[in-house]
Ligand binder design. Sequence first.
Ligand code: EZ4
Ligand code: CO
Length: 403
Amino acid sequence: MKIKDIKVIVCSPGRNFVTVKIITDEGLHGVGDGTVNGRELAVASYLEDHVAPCLIGMDPMRTEDIWQYLYKGAYWRRGPITMAAIGAIDMALWDIKAKAANMPLYQLLGGRSRDKVMVYKHVGGLDISEVAEGVIALREQGLDAIRAQVAIPGLPPIYGTGASTDQDALINKRVAPHEEVWATHKYLPLVPKLFEKVRDAVGWDVHLLHDVHHRLTPIEAARLGKDLEPFRLFWLEDPIPAELQEGFRIIRQHTTQPIAVGEVFNSIYDTHTLITEQLIDYARVTSVHAGGVTGLKKIFDLAAIYHVRSACHGPQDVSPIAMGCNIHVDVAIPNFGIQEFSGYTEAMHDVFKCAWSYDRGYLQPGEQAGHGVDIDEALAAKHPYQQAYLPIARLQDGSMTSW
Ligand code: EZ4
Ligand code: CO
């Protein structure tokens, strides 16, 4: 079998997605996701201009070798754009391999290790009682795990706290990103109050999660972790910017609060210190941003040795294709933790036909051969790319800060 053609498709059925389609000389094809929220066209060019021409004529069954060819062969290693491009190709190749074997992808990853994949969904609100109501509503919809975020009184709603910011890329269709305001001293005392109220509302038989979105310093995160201990959170996510992996040692010294990190990571080297020093409990890498199924498997296999569990990033900016690949990995690996899942709109499901399915807090990969997701190219063409950015964050004095 040979790779005959590679197409790069950018579409926007509500938000932008970059899709790769690999077609073989035997008629089989596979698709992969290369979406990087706010930087989509960079990945599209990387794939179209620099990757696709090199792969024509290659044997698509050589999944690992092609991964290494793109990783080592580019000389310039790692980084979100490179790894998303590799991820897109890798997903499409695994799709082809599993279709050729006439098996769902998870069978090629070792088969099922569990019956179903637990997900968490998000609740945000402008005040604590609105969040508590949202958590109760999701509980009634069957969710066993829920992420809760609240707006800070006196500041405009920020990411994850109101309808106006939840669908960030959708809303922020403008030439420059929307700007948010951040104040740590207002936030730190608020979060324990939020979880006190939420525990009162829904009790203890539910997993509660919180995303700090890289906004604290290590010692501030340690303080927050200690303050949250009475409420037994499933995890505290991205407490600090993670480029400095050593920062997590400080958090770990002070609190038993489980920590989740890694939605912006793109290689095993980003997670290496965190995993081998057991500084985190959950690795948030996802197929599209961490080099596809091959990249994810390398990271989660390392994590398994060090008691670290998986928790693939899964907002809407991870396309339904990458979500499908995540679910196949989730169901197969021994050290699965949880899967983030925001769900997709009807327009997105029209463009991306999925064999995976969601029901009352749990996902199933489906039994279709391959990873089970395909793109309707004619429909995708009706939703052209729209320039969109994630927000940026400033402190109250106007200086830039992490988010
Ligand atoms: O802000 O995916 O846990 N999930 C998140 C996400 C990220 C966006 C960035 O593209 O933090 O919603
Ligand atoms: Co997050």
